[in-house]
Design a protein around this ligand. Sequence first.
Ligand SMILES: [Fe+2]
Ligand SMILES: [Fe+2]
Length: 250
Amino acid sequence: MTSLNDQLRSLAAKGGKADSEHPELDWSHPAPRLAFWQRPIASGIVNQFIGGEEATARLCAAVAPQMDLQAARDCLLVQVEDERRHADMYRRYLARLNGRPSQQNLLDDAVTRSLSWRGAPEAALLAFHVIVEGEALAFQETARNQIPDPLFDAMSRQIAKDEARHIAFGRLYLSQSLPHLPLQERIELYRWLRALWFEGTARLSSGPLGNVIATAMPRRWMQKRWEHWHTALEAAGLFDGAEASDFPVS
Ligand SMILES: [Fe+2]
Ligand SMILES: [Fe+2]
């Protein structure tokens, strides 16, 4: 059976080659013609992505030195480069829309809180590689529907491929590391993630006007989405069916 280190090493190698294997995007393509009401929505979406990419890059750079396995460190360092490249692409796209960069990164607080969890890397990986990146990947499709532009579509699909690799890294690493954590610690981790989710999404929903996620985020949505992440956390290995009563969804 292939060891975790070998599997991570091949993922890091794949990531290292990914940038050169992506097809070149055609930036000379004319900018999309958006109605006046579509422009702030499109800029808001792109700003959300810029914030997410920057926050994830910051988180990965801080978590990498905490990893025991060299191959896990390598995966995270490749990811830092990916996320910075994605942020640059989104910034270039924002300029194409003549959009204004947002002054506020709504995920900064989530990064700070994720890094404060006793220094153990599993918390940050669960928060970002399962929940934040999973949410961002799901949001790509909404974004493609809101921004009808072949260039945005190609860029979004290219980025989504990298994001799927980041999520795969989280799944692989966590499935092997989480079962080694004591039950009590995993219960605390679950409660902490739940609080992070509800407090974080509440902050987004009280965010500035033009925050696209905010307008689509009533309390019922937050609860429904948490149920989705609850299942994803079980699948990631945070708990199993026999322990489910110690991990109440609400
Ligand atoms: Fe990214
Ligand atoms: Fe990512």
